[in-house]
Design a protein around this ligand. Structure first.
Ligand code: PHE
Length: 434
């Protein structure tokens, strides 16, 4: 039986047709990995903090960036999307991609959800670390909870142009400008170029601080509804380009709604797991959630800047099990199934892959009757009944089970797999082909 409301962080949210958060996900809220001393995500957070504290100080020597790492992960849908100018029909709002508590509240999908409130509270420079929640496929680099660090820096006219020769003649805004690939309508080209340069310089310095001078990076233009122009930074890792952050010049409309219309600014959001996986050589994102001392103790550094490379716990063998079922006529989404598998199998599930899908063909062959050996009325009726079952779609998934710390037995996997089969029939309305 499902209770009437979702209880989280001491508050109660009445369920409605948008509710899709699972008990398994709720159990992860509050683990606060980024605040656990010596956890690899905490180490990265501390290294980033220290770099910003040291590198950016006021004339009196005090750090200009303030850091927040304890803001509630429950946000309003308005904060997560509307405050960032994300259109009502934008695909990122999909129920299949987010964890909704109900129609008005959700688990934040990104730390950008807090940009407006922090700017409105009067901050010009801040970092914000937190856990974020997205429904996703399951594999070594995707987990429904991960961690982001958001950064925002605002500039007044004076702050931006003070060091430019004859800078007092320049302005941040112009009235009859046009929006182009380079800039927003209201910004002057010189303001945008300085903000963009400062943003890219700040992030390049940060990444060089974390990874050393050798790391190759590149900038790729991209799109976010709340920044323009927007960029992604990619770093070269084991021969591939890996996206580590998104950023851009903040939309002036957002700053306006936050009461900072006389300033311009940049924002970035970076994924802490991605950085930690590259930096420490952590091969599987599920390891961050491990409570195994053999994992955690490897990160007990005396100084956060000591170098550390993760030593594998030894890969234990995987067990494969397939599951196939007929989908209900409507209302089935793959992420519902991924969540269900995650809820029951927990971290024993390494991967779920859609192997195969097919639609039952609508064939009108009437078999000969087994008794009278002709196509008689009873055989015709049987054929019609069979057609009632046709045009159904079948999915077959392969679930890869693997424990990070020991060998799984066939028997324990069989029990979990059966529980998944049963739950799929009961909760998703599928019809098993087990
Ligand atoms: N919030 C964006 C994401 O999660 C990243 C981002 C942050 C982009 C700030 C631009 C500015 O993908």
């Amino acid at each position: 039986i499902t209770p009437e409301s979702v209880e989280i962080l001491g508050r109660s949210y009445p369920r409605d047709d948008m509710t899709n958060v699972t008990a398994k996900i709720l159990s992860l809220v509050g683990r606060d990995l980024h605040n656990q001393k010596h956890h690899p995500l905490w180490i990265i957070k501390e290294r980033i903090k220290e770099h910003f504290y040291r590198s950016y100080t006021s004339r009196t020597g005090t750090p200009i960036f303030s850091v927040y790492d304890n803001i509630s992960q429950v946000v309003t849908v308005e904060q997560n999307f509307d405050s960032l100018l994300i259109p009502k029909d934008h695909p990122s709002r999909k129920k299949g991609d987010n964890y909704y508590l109900n129609q008005t509240h959700m688990l934040r999908a990104h730390t950008s959800a807090h940009q407006r409130e922090l700017v409105r509270s009067g901050l010009d420079c801040f970092l914000l670390a937190g856990d974020v929640y997205r429904r996703d496929e399951i594999d070594a680099s995707h987990y429904p909870v991960f961690h982001q660090m958001e950064g925002v820096r605002l500039f007044t006219n004076h702050e931006l142009f003070a060091r430019v020769e004859n800078g007092e003649d320049l302005s941040l805004f112009e009235n009859s400008g046009r929006r182009t690939a380079q800039k927003q309508e209201i910004h002057t080209m010189e303001a945008v170029k300085l903000v963009e340069f400062n943003l890219k310089h700040t992030l390049t310095q940060l990444i060089r601080h974390l990874f050393g001078e050798e790391l190759e990076i590149r900038w790729v233009e991209c799109y976010f509804p709340f920044t323009h122009p927007s960029f992604e930074m990619e770093v070269r890792f084991q021969g591939d380009w890996l996206e580590v952050l998104g950023c851009g010049v903040m939309e002036q409309e957002l700053l306006h709604s936050a009461g900072a219309e006389n300033k311009v600014g940049w924002a970035f959001g970076l994924g802490l797991e991605r950085l930690a996986m590259v930096l420490f050589g952590i091969p599987d994102i599920r390891l961050f959630w491990s409570k195994d001392e053999r994992f955690l103790k490897q990160f007990h550094l005396t100084n956060i800047n000591d170098s550390v490379t993760f030593q594998a716990l030894g890969k234990y063998p995987p067990l494969f099990n397939d599951i196939s079922f007929w989908l209900p006529a409507e209302g089935y989404t793959e992420t519902d199934f991924y969540d269900l598998v995650r809820s029951i199998g927990g971290d024993l599930v390494e991967k779920v892959e859609l192997q195969d899908q097919f639609t039952h063909p609508n064939v009108w062959t009437v078999p000969q009757c087994g008794d009278c050996m002709v196509r008689c009325l009873p055989s015709l009726l049987l054929a019609v009944k069979a057609i009632g079952r046709t045009n159904k779609v079948s999915h077959c998934y392969r679930i890869v089970y693997r424990h990070m710390e020991r060998t799984l037995s066939q028997e324990e996997v069989r029990l979990i797999h059966q529980a998944i089969e049963q739950a799929a029939e009961q909760k998703l309305g599928v019809q098993g082909r087990f």
